[in-house]
Design a protein around this ligand. Structure first.
Ligand code: MN
Length: 229
């Protein structure tokens, strides 16, 4: 058997302290997982069940990248987020067992074409092209869970050109990581290599060409990218 075209390479992330890479299978994202961000987007932050959207695995961009300013938007937004990397899959995972499925954690940015998303929301259209465009999943190096624990609390801070735009705490997630994994595993069979971007705290704002964006999460490596022309 041979492929009729060259098969794509497996997207991957560096693992801190090694030459090894973490292969990416799928990228799931949680919407509105911090009450103050839900409010700033005009939604009621009551504890409604989490909802999910996706980015393609090859939409990943890396620490140190210069990300070309994406087409079809005049309102590119940053969303600083904790990223969870699964080492083990499953269905109907119990929250009490969920962290045993986590291989590691990284800092991330869910880049969003906010203007495209606003049109999608108003016309009840899908979010794919407002959230899942090229380089839209910015993710730093992965820290093994064995080294950093459950990452259930700690500061998440995002700066643009040194100016603070987002400052939240992982403890303020409406649905903590074990609950997110449990909910998702009721909808799909999770698999090793799946990533989950766990949502963003308040303070999302616009990025323009030349901006330098840094995400700092207590216990993890900083993630730094520049928005190019
Ligand atoms: Mn997000």
């Amino acid at each position: 058997m041979s492929f009729v075209i060259e098969p794509p390479q497996t997207p991957s992330l560096p693992v801190v302290g090694t030459e090894d890479r973490f292969p990416i299978r799928r990228i799931f994202c949680v919407g509105r997982n911090y009450a103050a961000h839900a409010r700033e987007m005009g939604n009621d932050p009551d504890r409604e069940p989490p909802f999910f959207f996706m980015k393609p695995a090859d939409a990943v961009a890396h620490d140190g990248d210069v990300i070309p300013f994406p087409p079809e938007t005049n309102d590119l937004h940053h969303e600083g987020e904790l990223v969870v990397a699964l080492g083990k899959g499953g269905v109907d995972i119990d929250p009490s067992d969920a962290l045993a499925h986590v291989w590691g954690y990284a800092a991330g940015i869910d880049l969003t074409r906010r203007d495209v998303q606003a049109v999608a929301k108003s016309m009840s259209r899908p979010w794919d092209l407002s959230k899942g465009f090229d380089n839209s999943a910015v993710i730093g190096p992965i820290h093994p869970a064995n080294d950093v624990g459950g990452m259930n609390a700690g500061t998440l801070r995002l700066t643009v050109n040194g100016e603070e735009r987002q400052n939240g705490d992982l403890a303020d997630m409406i649905w903590p990581t074990p609950d997110v994994i449990a909910f998702l595993s009721r909808s799909v069979e999770l698999a090793p290599g799946d990533l989950i971007m766990t949502g963003t705290p308040a303070g999302v704002s616009q990025l323009v060409p030349g901006d330098r964006v840094v995400v700092e999460i207590a216990g993890l490596s900083d993630l730094t990218v520049e928005i190019g022309a």
